[in-house]
Design a protein around this ligand. Structure first.
Ligand code: FES
Length: 251
């Protein structure tokens, strides 16, 4: 069932493999759907999660990133970093309420024209089976929130270091296993997501921890802890006291 017969799909293609694969598909006259708008990048590792969320904000129905096969990256490890970023993108899309199926990372070599056509056809079909992205309620706000989460300094650092920390260890030669790292990431993504929501709730509107908690459907204790953390970072400040509870406002 095609809910969206003419989707807009953005494809970020690595110059050295996938882009050449697309070229080969073209000269070999292989058929694939015409819904893909190609953006050539030098390596899939160049993709910043913000690019993906911005594409969704401007109503791309799907975003496809194609790079060199693992082990074949011309910059040696760019596609490993791309893999870590893809995992992060998927988690942020889910928490922000945009279907994560709208995003995909895959590998196509310069010699795989037929594979390029197949990957693009399958992904296009997947997107056609989803409603147009413009039907997502509050899409712009959700994509903005995803971009803010992706811009969080701590999360950028963690995403950039994941491969190193889980495979080689940190400067003290301490290696964190993948499960532990995923837990740390999930906790930080959720925290950043909630903090950005709190920031917009208390901008020009002082609120008590209980009111923040009700708005976000979290416990008052959690809301209070987050507000204190945000106060420490200078993101919010105590505005006044009301009924023995502090009210916080965005700085
Ligand atoms: S050069 Fe193609 S993924 Fe890095």
């Amino acid at each position: 069932m095609n809910l969206n017969p003419k989707p807009k799909i953005i494809g970020f293609l690595c110059n050295w493999c996938a882009y050449a694969g697309a070229d080969l598909a073209g000269v070999s006259r292989l058929q694939y759907p015409p819904d893909l708008r190609v953006i050539r990048v030098m390596c899939s590792g160049r993709i910043d999660p913000v690019f993906i969320f911005r594409a969704f904000k401007v109503k791309a129905d799907g975003v496809l990133v194609l790079g060199c096969h693992p082990g074949d990256c011309h910059y040696q490890s760019g596609n490993y970093y791309a893999g870590r970023k893809a995992k992060f993108i998927t988690k942020v899309l889910k928490i922000c309420g945009i279907e994560s199926e709208r995003f995909m990372l895959d590998w196509v070599s310069a010699a795989e024209g037929a594979r390029f056509a197949e990957v693009v056809s399958d992904f296009t079909q997947r997107i056609r089976e989803l409603p147009p992205i413009s039907e997502i309620e509050g899409l712009e706000k959700k994509a903005d929130l995803a971009m803010k989460v992706a811009e969080t300094e701590r999360l950028r650092w963690l995403t950039g270091k994941e491969w190193e920390i889980t495979t080689q260890g940190n400067v003290y030669n301490e290696r964190i296993d993948q499960g532990q790292f995923d837990e740390i990431m999930d906790r930080n993504i959720e925290e950043s997501f909630l903090m950005h929501q709190i920031s917009s709730l208390v901008s020009n509107n002082p609120l008590k921890p209980g009111e923040v908690a009700d708005n976000l459907n979290i416990s008052s204790n959690k809301a209070f802890k987050l507000l204190l953390k945000m106060e420490d970072s200078g993101l919010v400040a105590q505005y006044d006291m009301q009924d023995r509870y502090p009210r916080f406002v965005q700085v």
